[in-house]
Design a protein around this ligand. Sequence first.
Ligand SMILES: Cc1cc2nc3c(=O)[nH]c(=O)nc-3n(C[C@H](O)[C@H](O)[C@H](O)COP(=O)(O)OP(=O)(O)OC[C@H]3O[C@@H](n4cnc5c(N)ncnc54)[C@H](O)[C@@H]3O)c2cc1C
Ligand SMILES: NC(=O)c1ccc[n+]([C@@H]2O[C@H](COP(=O)([O-])OP(=O)(O)OC[C@H]3O[C@@H](n4cnc5c(N)ncnc54)[C@H](OP(=O)(O)O)[C@@H]3O)[C@@H](O)[C@H]2O)c1
Length: 360
Amino acid sequence: MNQHNRLSPFPSRILERKLLTGGESTKKTYHLSLDLAGSGIAYAPGDSVAILPENDPLEVDVFLKAAGCSGNEEIVDSRSQERLSLRSYLLRKANLQKPSPALLKMLQTPSLPGEEQTPAEWLLSAPNAPFCYHEIPSLLLPLLPRFYSIASSQHLFPDEVHLTIAHVSYLSSKGKLRYGVGTHFLCDRAEIETTEVPLYLQPSHGFKLPSDPNASIILVGPGTGIAPYRAFLQERLYKKTQGRNWLFFGERHRKHDFYYADFWLSLEKQGRLRLDLAFSRDGARKIYVQHRMWENRKDLWEWIEEGAFFYVCGDAKEMAKDVEAMLQKIAADQGGLSEEDARRKIKELRAQKRYLADVY
Ligand SMILES: Cc1cc2nc3c(=O)[nH]c(=O)nc-3n(C[C@H](O)[C@H](O)[C@H](O)COP(=O)(O)OP(=O)(O)OC[C@H]3O[C@@H](n4cnc5c(N)ncnc54)[C@H](O)[C@@H]3O)c2cc1C
Ligand SMILES: NC(=O)c1ccc[n+]([C@@H]2O[C@H](COP(=O)([O-])OP(=O)(O)OC[C@H]3O[C@@H](n4cnc5c(N)ncnc54)[C@H](OP(=O)(O)O)[C@@H]3O)[C@@H](O)[C@H]2O)c1
């Protein structure tokens, strides 16, 4: 029974956090194992968890200073009607990254605010702003849950959930180092076995293994898009299913960024997995997963025509669209279809739930 939700999350803790990227990698991606013992949470491959992160206490201090508050003030969260200290509210419930329309209205700012300014920076730029501390919850946006694809099968890890998380960091236009709230909490700030990590299950909407154990699956997942496929393959191995498995994985460098390499390579060695890799920054020209799909178009189309399920997971902005365009191109090339018919073919695959996407 999954009785936990956003209002009543399970207080989990991180059991293990391992860097998946090598020391010289240009990114930091982690494998996390979280404790589910006693939670009653039952998950299936393809599901995600929602994590309720905590803001960085340093950012809370910056906001409190800008607002002229100590943090000990008692306030009522206008959304949940909960009474709590202003500091707790700012830590767990407030979006301290993005200003709300209500805050900008109160500050009477021009209609096109500097998009990267935080609420604290806005307050600092208007020191005489007319507001009282108890209005703060109505002046800030809520801190939203962050979703992560589950990277484990519960048959193998009954009391754990595994995640694959890319630590988001970037420089603001003013050259300031900024971190993603959720990933900084999970990958850096939360202490192993100590810090409470509130979470609940977010069941997938159809992104799941075929019920037919003999069905073939084609998995396209560059970057953290690999996460649900680790769960898929663990589950299929546990259940000793006979269906064929084919993975297209891509990252920047083979040497530093081949996540879970031992697992995939050993499956390939055992003949349980066909594996195609695209390391984008190892050569003179970028190689992406869709290029590997094209190189293997004959087999790929045969698998689809024989009933294989096609999955894509990871970046929604570019990758997922390019992968779909490539599958359409392969349909036209190998199926001898017009552009229009190839488009219709992909639409049919979607309708048959044989083209499944989980992108973000
Ligand atoms: C169903 C689902 C499954 C997901 N699964 C995974 C998963 O398995 N692994 C995973 O790592 N993520 C996954 N995500 C994404 C995840 O939920 C978060 O969105 C992601 O981790 C970023 O969260 P954050 O709180 O760290 O960043 P936030 O605090 O939300 O910050 C992200 C924001 O930072 C800004 N930003 C980021 N980079 C830059 C840049 N270079 N320049 C300027 N601004 C920038 C942008 O405004 C961006 O919107 C999934 C999302 C969904 C919806
Ligand atoms: N806003 C940003 O600048 C930024 C940067 C990184 C990640 N992200 C986001 O962070 C999340 C996690 O990213 P991630 O770590 O999972 O991996 P990712 O950044 O999506 O990259 C994984 C691999 O996919 C490649 N790639 C880039 N564009 C592609 C395309 N159009 N088609 C196919 N492959 C492509 C990358 O190559 P190259 O990087 O060599 O091109 C890399 O080898 C994603 O939501 C992503 O959108 C944002």
